[in-house]
Design a protein around this ligand. Structure first.
Ligand code: 13P
Ligand code: SF4
Length: 338
């Protein structure tokens, strides 16, 4: 890749404000890292999967696949390379390993947690099962392999509503996201679906900060504003939004808006950056909310992982846990494709 090619990809990206830009100088500094990563991944039989929240230089410079959790977990089943370098957080790497036990899955960033995945353990699921013995346990994909192994069906933000509606039970315990859980309850009411849904107490520290006042403020400043939010946001925010969906579902919604539409995207700003690159005819407003976990992935630590794979964090799972967790994910693919 040349500096001009990279600059042309990054020049329209201003994730936080007009002051956050990629200059030619910055691009020239990144280029040697990007070129070495791309050469090494080809030579070392490695594919790079990157969640949409990662930095623009990762998404546009070195990623082979990008998207939301659901798409990446499907992509992980199709890759032919022996090594998967997953620029994301640990639970996503675990999902790739659950689906591809024969592959070597590595996570480059030092902060591999997630406020949702860290909010519940398998022991807590076991305690909930004792309390709610006849409930079906549905877990968000933002959970550890241990928690998935303790649950019945996994969901992503893109398929959660369809799966909860389709499940042949009216008693559901949904873990760990309380805010997404409340959004599920509201959506089921709207659809006229009767389900008793018990919730846990987790939340995403990025998405829970948005509030209705923020939407009202930006609407008052921007006539014709379209507000797009993630289902990890508070129900009051979802109610005031024009569209609620996973990062993957937001993309076609934004693509189809008329040119010039002002858009307030209430999710991590890695996705805002990607949208600015893909749909420069839309006007993205607001500030940047960053996930410190996703943003701990960088060109530097991706390159370090490729230079010294022996020092990298490799995902290892006990086979019994992996098999149970896979059942939970397979149930997701089954109900999502009904
Ligand atoms: P998606 O499922 O939309 O990729 O979201 C994952 C996530 O971590 C959102 O905060
Ligand atoms: Fe986890 Fe929130 Fe970061 Fe998504 S944005 S990875 S839910 S902490």
């Amino acid at each position: 890749m040349t500096a001009e090619e990279l600059y042309n990809r990054l020049k329209s990206v201003q994730p936080g404000s007009v002051l956050c830009t990629y200059s030619m100088e910055k691009v020239e500094q990144m280029l040697p890292l990007i070129n070495e990563i791309n050469e090494r991944k080809a030579a070392q039989d490695t594919v790079i999967l990157a969640h949409a929240y990662c930095a623009p230089e990762i998404i546009l410079g070195v990623a082979d696949y990008t998207g939301d959790s659901y798409k990446l977990s499907e992509d992980a089943t199709k890759v032919t390379q022996k090594n998967i370098l997953f620029s994301a957080v640990r639970f996503m790497g675990e999902t790739a390993k659950i689906l591809n036990p024969q592959k070597n899955v590595m996570i480059p960033g030092p902060l591999t947690g997630c406020s949702l995945a860290d909010s519940i353990t398998a022991a807590e699921v076991a305690a909930l099962r004792e309390k709610y013995p006849d409930y079906t346990f549905v877990c968000y994909i933002n959970t550890t392999a241990d928690v998935k192994a303790a649950c019945d069906v996994c969901v992503t933000s893109g398929n959660v509503m369809k799966i909860v509606e389709n499940l042949p039970t009216d008693k559901i315990c949904f873990v760990p996201d309380r805010l997404m859980g409340k959004n599920i309850i509201d959506e089921m009411k709207k659809r006229g679906v009767k389900k008793d849904i018990v919730l846990h107490s987790g939340f995403c520290y990025v998405h829970q900060t948005y509030d209705p006042e923020l939407i009202q403020f930006f609407r008052s400043q921007n006539p014709g504003l379209k507000v797009v939010c993630h289902p990890e946001c508070q129900p009051e925010v979802a109610l005031l939004s024009d569209y609620v969906g996973s990062t993957g579902q937001m993309v076609p919604y934004i693509r189809d808006l008329p040119a010039g539409t002002p858009v307030l995207l209430l999710t991590e700003c890695g996705l805002v950056a990607r949208m600015q690159y893909e749909y420069p005819d839309k006007q993205f407003i607001g500030s940047c909310s960053m996930c410190k976990y996703m943003k701990s992935n960088s060109l530097e630590n991706i390159l370090e992982t490729l230079r010294h794979p022996e020092k990298a964090e490799h995902i290892e799972l006990e086979e019994a846990t992996r098999v149970k967790a896979k059942k939970c994910i397979d149930a997701m693919f089954h109900y999502a494709n009904l």
